[in-house]
Design a protein around this ligand. Structure first.
Ligand SMILES: C[S@@+](CC[C@H](N)C(=O)[O-])C[C@H]1O[C@@H](n2cnc3c(N)ncnc32)[C@H](O)[C@@H]1O
Length: 278
């Protein structure tokens, strides 16, 4: 196993045209596209953390990943490449996204790379039913509440690991203007914006804790590269117990918010498609 950290992953990606070219990260003249620099760094930083988790599985196990809001599935393709090449193991990947064209693009890339260990599905994460037991749910910048769908789906299917790097956090921004103890903070637009992000990720983490997961938060890349750099990394350690959700409900009521994670565990009355605003 040669690859251990983000820098080594970046070096590998920059050198290996057989993965970087099908993903469209380079110009025809062989230079890396400048606008892909941020994405490549995010993927390398995320992969670094996922590889730590991979090492905890038996070497012979086929690790099954579900990438929610996969877009062009850069993360899954890179991960598959690294795991086969450096770890001598072939994982399986499900990718799901509401954008049909992107799912078709994933199929094209898969076919160019000749990978047979991937299935892509057009639709909402919450509606997707994998036909294999999923070990690790991953999501990089799933828009707004699509991140919550990934968390809810991971809990519902009993994934051992749920690793989420959220994107925009729109849901609470308008809800925390008044009627809570920190209105002297949230009366300022910029602070309300930042505080909504923190509160949203705290609620997500409390929800995971309450559902039997051990939760850590860490940065996958420098905040100078992107403020959307926080990984919520959760590992299942015990069963689901509604009583353990007190932290989640307490936090929600302290800020008088209506955060919807628990609603994914109720019967849905509509199937509205989310609109990406990021
Ligand atoms: C910002 S992009 C990120 C794509 C990819 N993960 C990446 O990092 O390049 C967000 C993606 O979420 C998808 N999306 C939005 N709502 C979704 C949902 N409810 N279920 C699945 N995908 C969703 C969008 O179509 C879009 O491709």
């Amino acid at each position: 196993m040669k690859i251990t950290n983000k820098t080594e992953i970046l070096n590998l990606l920059e050198q290996e045209d057989d993965i970087i070219n099908p993903l469209g990260f380079k110009h025809n003249n062989g230079l890396l596209k400048k606008d892909m620099n941020k994405k490549i760094n995010e993927i390398a930083g995320f992969c670094e953390q996922i590889l730590k988790v991979v090492r905890k599985f038996d070497k012979d196990k086929e690790i099954v990943f579900l990438e929610c809001s996969c877009g062009k599935s850069y993360l899954s393709f890179v991960l598959s490449y690294i795991l086969e090449r450096e770890f001598n193991t072939t994982p399986f990947f499900f990718g799901v996204d509401t954008n049909k064209e992107l799912i078709e693009r994933c199929e094209e890339i898969r076919s160019v790379l000749g990978y047979k260990n991937m299935t892509f599905k057009h639709g909402r994460t919450i509606d997707f039913t994998p036909d294999k037991k999923v070990d690790v749910v991953i999501a990089l910048h799933a828009c707004n509440t699509a991140t919550d769908e990934a968390i809810a789906k991971g809990i519902k299917i009993g994934a051992k690991y749920i690793m989420i790097v959220p994107c925009c956090h729109g849901q609470l921004r308008s809800q925390i203007k008044s009627h809570h103890p920190l209105t002297n903070v949230t009366q300022f637009g910029l602070l309300r914006y930042k505080f909504a992000d923190i509160l949203t990720d705290a609620l997500r983490s409390q929800f995971l804790l309450g559902n039997g997961y051990y939760v850590e938060l860490l940065e996958i890349v420098s905040p100078k590269l992107t403020p959307k750099n926080i990984l919520i990394s959760a590992r299942k350690i015990k069963g689901r117990n509604k009583r353990n959700l007190e932290g989640y409900y307490e936090l929600g009521s302290m800020f008088n918010t209506n955060f919807g994670l628990q609603e994914f565990f109720q019967e849905r009355s509509s199937n509205d498609t989310l609109v990406c605003t990021c």
